[in-house]
Design a protein around this ligand. Sequence first.
Ligand SMILES: *Cc1c(COP(=O)(O)O)cnc(C)c1O
Length: 395
Amino acid sequence: MKLPVYLDYNATTPVDPRVLEEMIPYFCERFGNASSSNHKFGWEAEQAVAVARKRVADLIGAIPRDIVFTSGSTESNNISLKGIAESYSEKGRHIVTCTTEHKAILETCKYLEELGFEVTYLEVDGNGLLDTEELERTVTEKTIIVSVMMANNEIGTIQPVAEIGRICRSKGALFHTDATQAVGKIPVNVDEMNIDLMSISAHKFYGPKGAGALYVRGRNPRVTFAKQTHGGSQEKSLRAGTLNVTGIVGLGKACEIAAEEMDNEIERHVKMRNRMMKEVLALENTVLNGHPEKRLPNNLNFSFSDIDINALIGDLHDLAMSTGSACTSSSMEPSHVLTAIGRPRELAGSSLRLSFGRYSTDEEIDYATERLVSAVKRLSEESPQSVISKPKEIK
Ligand SMILES: *Cc1c(COP(=O)(O)O)cnc(C)c1O
């Protein structure tokens, strides 16, 4: 077993060697521009992009025409919200989202508020789930888009997206979901889930960084969003710029592998997750963050009371994990997601996210569990408070 053990798959994943193998020819040999329609180099690239587009569409139950390639989910989130805000502002200026969204949604919403849009940030319960009845009351005829993530990157909670989509459709609002942590890990179907726009990122499921997609529903309803990048007519003029052919090929292959291996992978990860969860939650001073069942197969997030989190991380230098989320761990502010589920500041600041994946082994999970459990026990005994109390569950 190689150390440190990588337990940060929700931050990024290694590229699957099968994905890399498929990408390699498109760097030097088949380097053509997919828009060059007069010669073999261009046709080869165009053909590879078409294959990838079909693979992405197949994984999510879409048609290839409705896939727009982007640089990843940050871009997909930005162009959907800004593009819809711009093209539907005649209808209304109200947007609905959720307090536990990724910064790529929250910061975009903040920007749109500066432009005069009204944004409602729905709160979540102690498990990270939003209240669909509250959503139903919040969406009005002035609401142009609702954006709720499918699975949370920090706490792993899976939202009832099909129901959210149904509500949006019945109210005539568009539904966007940031499915970055879901696509490739759990089954996703844009029709069954009533999704109009959806963000996808290759590097969260064994594809390369800097490649992703935006699903844009073409029929029932036909979604039109104002382009946010002006230039060439690539991607039906919705996203100008020479296509990242190697990245797109990698994304396509990652989707094809996910479609084939997802069922087995879920089963394997759920076993690992439950085994580790049981051992860690047996500790007196530990609580689980996120929903106990409606959560990603590969994610765990714990808060520890009465221990020095920095000492814990220092102790566990042979485990590569996140505190809070990768995007906020450099700042001293406790995670906005843990705050949103009602964790008090001390508990929110004293949390660890462990996420594993395709290359995680039982040996690694057992090693990590043992290391974590013994470190927490030791630090709790050393804790000056020494009165160890199970933190209250917040519902
Ligand atoms: C990683 C992540 C993003 C950002 O995706 P990039 O492709 O890295 O820009 C957005 N949303 C969620 C939920 C994520 O986990």
